[in-house]
Design a protein around this ligand. Structure first.
Ligand SMILES: [Zn+2]
Length: 400
């Protein structure tokens, strides 16, 4: 591990810099001081290297830290039934390990889309106070679902039925100072009795929950695969729609585009070899939604919808890159994949403070050996990770 005398001291990074407007690399430099980017230079611009730590490599590719838009740090590979029986201390241990792995793999910011017993907030606090290094986290605590809905496990979910309970569930998560509110309104691949395209909440229940969240200035994140719920969610004011694996209807795409809703794709699992630990019905659903999810990605890209990507609980090494690879296999370009893990979630989820290399933004930066625009898998060859101006990974390698 590379050590510096001053963790947040001035740094100058020289190499090929990603311009997130054109999504092209240009030779130049990035200066950082404290937690922020202070200068970007290109062409004949000269960096001020006095008193700075200089990382110079003309063959390197310097780009914004990756943003994971939909993950669950508590989830380790395996069936949900096992996960729900693990005690909090064990879940917390997994979360801390997974947060550190994510950061090591270049994920400098992450939205955690649902965690039992508000454990996500404990991890967030440990990261924010510097007890551990990890990605900047956005948290929502437990998700909200109906008695007969997806993921209706006590502790993991706040179970709410009817308008009053729905409003109270939102207020309950708000009382814990969550960053956003997560609703489950359709089934998923993992819930035996709730099909992915069936909306088990009424339109009015969804409206009430979205209204309460938005009245408190919180974004509304809705788990949905397809079906009638798309219309309910968009009309209720959803900020983000998760999974979207069955959104193939042109009218749905048009509605999402017109209302400026962000779509999230978590398609890695659909391209992976079947996990023998998962039950048969789940494997069948995953396989069944592969084709429709590819169509959904392509239609969303064509319609110019803001898109984010996430690994959704799969925590192997470089899991976000794995999700980006699936996004590319679904028809996205490498530029679109980098945007979906950079500029777009930075703007839509992190208030425009992250996701691009621009003056005034947080100095969340990764450096790779090879160009990720040539092959998105080159992100697996990163050797340096800087999170808010602090070097958190620096592999030994010769400088050119
Ligand atoms: Zn999820």
């Amino acid at each position: 591990m590379f050590e510096t005398n001053e963790t947040y001291g001035r740094k100058v990074l020289i190499g090929n810099i990603l311009d997130s407007r054109t999504m092209t690399f240009h030779y130049g430099f990035v200066e950082t001081e404290g937690k922020k980017i202070t200068k970007i230079g290109q062409g004949t611009d000269q960096p001020d290297c006095s008193g700075a730590l200089v990382l110079e490599d003309k063959h390197s590719y310097i780009l914004p830290g990756l943003i994971e838009s939909h993950n669950h740090l508590y989830m380790d590979p395996g069936p949900f039934a096992e996960v729900t029986q693990r005690p909090d201390t064990e879940l917390l241990k997994s979360m801390l390990r997974n947060a550190q792995t994510q950061l090591h793999d270049g994920v400098t910011a992450q939205r955690d889309c649902g965690t039992p017993n508000f454990l996500d907030q404990r991890v967030q606090e440990m990261i924010d106070t510097g007890i551990i290094d990890g990605p900047k986290l956005l948290t929502c605590g437990p998700w909200i679902t109906a008695t007969h809905g997806h993921g209706a496990w006590p502790g993991y979910a706040l179970i709410a039925d009817g308008e009053d309970e729905c409003r109270k569930a939102v207020r309950t998560v708000l009382r814990h100072h969550v960053d956003f509110v997560k609703l489950f309104i359709t089934g998923g691949t993992a819930s035996k009795f709730a099909p992915p395209d069936f909306c088990y909440y009424t339109e009015r229940e969804i409206q009430v929950m979205a209204e309460e969240a938005k009245r408190n200035n919180k974004q509304v994140c809705i788990h949905i695969h397809g079906g009638k719920g798309i219309e309910y969610a968009v009309k209720a004011g959803a900020d983000t729609l998760e999974h979207c694996s069955m959104v193939t209807d042109d009218r749905q795409i048009e509605l999402i585009a017109k209302n400026g809703v962000m779509m999230m794709f978590n398609n890695g699992v659909r391209f992976a070899p079947p996990n023998p630990l998962l039950p048969k019905f789940e494997l069948e659903r995953v396989a069944k939604t592969k084709e429709s999810s590819i169509i959904a990605v392509q239609k969303a890209l064509k319609a110019g919808i803001d898109i984010g990507v996430g690994a959704d609980g799969y925590q192997d090494n470089y899991s976000l890159v794995w999700a980006m690879e699936a996004f590319v296999k679904s028809g996205a370009s490498t530029q679109q994949a980098l945007k979906a893990a950079g500029e777009t979630p930075g703007r839509r989820l992190f208030g425009g403070e992250r996701g691009t290399l621009d003056v005034g933004k947080y100095a969340d930066i990764i450096i790779t050996n090879e160009n990720p625009l040539d092959n998105i898998s080159n992100l697996r060859k990163l050797h340096t990770v800087i999170r808010e101006g602090k070097i958190v990974r620096r592999d030994a390698r010769p400088m050119v």
